[in-house]
Design a protein around this ligand. Structure first.
Ligand code: PMT
Length: 376
């Protein structure tokens, strides 16, 4: 409830009698800021046609948690309470989060009911596993909000990346210096992870090759973890031949120490001198060996000469689109929630406003979709 409110969703709660055994209407009323509905024929401003009114005013129905009883009612088209009547009357997406004891979840009757609901076109989110309300341990917990959020957002996203195989790099790389130290940078991975989330939401088949970050895996995205630039290059090149779109959002180290010391460098004697050698340039290598029809998108992390440097990288690396971002801004570039980018192609430039990295990612995908349609 709180998570939905944080996303500025307008929530109207319909409670079953069983739900009211666990939590009061007052609580949900306070959290949602709206009247809570429960009885089909109670004195209700929505009138005795509450199930019609409610189903017409909503964009989707989220049943969380969905008990075995409610699942059975819905699977058999019953309408003997306000929730089941509203769902039956609704012609909007319905998402269920089954939550119950593991044996109940695995019971053939429940499984059949869930299969029927999937067949109707309802979305059933797989329960999580762990300690259940009854104290037992197993499948049957409510799924995490992140998965529910992505499922809901995907309902309303244009599936314009449907079926596109997408590979994204994110985060920093770490170039070892000795058993304790490494060279790296301030990339948090947020930009790359936002690209992965939004691409998945829009129907893409997404793989994410990420350096070390402290972000949770985006739901529905295959995550491949690497540490060094060489490992990132090897992981990307292994997948490059089988994807349609590659986006290099990672802050790949251009250089690495020529040798990684076996023992910790000590603070004794003369100042240590670190000899560096170049790392592979992943996007440039992809640009040289790109598959026909493949779309390559790079980023340019610049502190000055932004557009000139962006264009240089667009041409030198043989890319289709470069996303230029200023790394000196307090709300752009590394390790912040927002970004302000310029999209450069061989034909044009588009300056975006300051947006969240998720909104920036969506605008980048909008441009990629245009390029993919040849309407560059
Ligand atoms: O992760 P965040 O904290 O959200 O920060 C986001 C970001 C600033 C890291 C991101 O928006 C960004 O700018 N990523 C690219 C950083 C970078 O390495 O830029 P560059 O101008 O040095 O590299 C140009 C392009 O070549 C990039 O696509 C980069 O991934 C790629 N590259 C660079 C070096 C290298 N050895 N191999 C590469 O493929």
């Amino acid at each position: 409830m709180r998570c939905l409110a944080r996303e500025e969703a307008r929530v109207t709660v319909v409670m079953t009698r069983a739900a009211e055994q666990f939590i009061s209407r007052l609580t949900f009323g306070a959290l949602s800021g709206n009247r809570v509905h429960g009885d089909m024929f109670a004195d209700d401003p929505a009138g005795i046609m509450a199930h019609i009114t409610l189903s017409r005013e909503a964009d989707c129905v989220l049943i969380a948690p969905a008990t075995a009883q409610t699942i059975a009612r819905l699977a058999h088209g019953m309408a003997d309470d306000l929730l089941s009547a509203t769902v039956l009357a609704a012609d909007i997406p319905v998402v269920l989060c089954p939550a119950m004891n593991t044996n109940m979840l695995r019971h053939p009757a429940t499984r059949d009911n869930l299969e029927r609901l999937r067949g109707i076109g309802y979305t059933v989110i797989e329960p999580a596993s762990g300690t259940l309300a009854c104290g037992e341990v197993g499948a049957g917990r409510m799924p995490g909000w992140d998965l529910v959020r992505e499922t809901l957002l995907a309902l309303f996203a244009d599936q314009d990346l449907e079926g596109r195989r997408i590979l994204i790099t994110a985060g920093p790389t770490r170039e070892p210096l000795d058993p304790v130290r490494y060279l790296s940078n301030r990339s948090s991975g947020r930009m790359g992870y936002a690209l992965a989330r939004t691409a998945r939401r829009r129907g893409g088949e997404v793989r994410l090759v990420t350096g070390p970050v402290s972000l949770s895996d985006p739901p529905g995205v295959e995550v491949i973890r690497v540490t060094t630039a060489q490992e990132m290059r090897d992981a990307v090149l292994a997948l490059a031949g089988s994807v349609d779109i590659i986006v290099g959002a990672a802050a790949v180290a251009d250089f690495r120490p020529r040798s990684c010391r076996e023992l910790k460098i000590k603070k004794s004697g003369a100042d240590p001198c670190i000899e560096l050698e170049p790392n592979p340039d992943i996007m440039a290598e992809l640009g040289r060996s790109r598959r026909s029809g493949q779309l390559l998108v790079g980023f340019a992390a610049e502190s000055h000469d932004h557009e000139q440097e962006g264009r240089r990288k667009l041409e030198e690396k043989n890319l289709d689109l470069v996303v230029v971002n200023d790394i000196l801004g307090s709300r752009t570039g590394f390790d912040v929630e927002t970004n302000q980018v310029t999209l450069l192609t061989a034909r044009d430039r588009r300056q975006l406003p300051l947006l969240s990295k998720e909104a920036t990612a969506d605008r980048i995908w909008d441009r990629v979709v245009e390029l993919g349609r040849g309407s560059g």
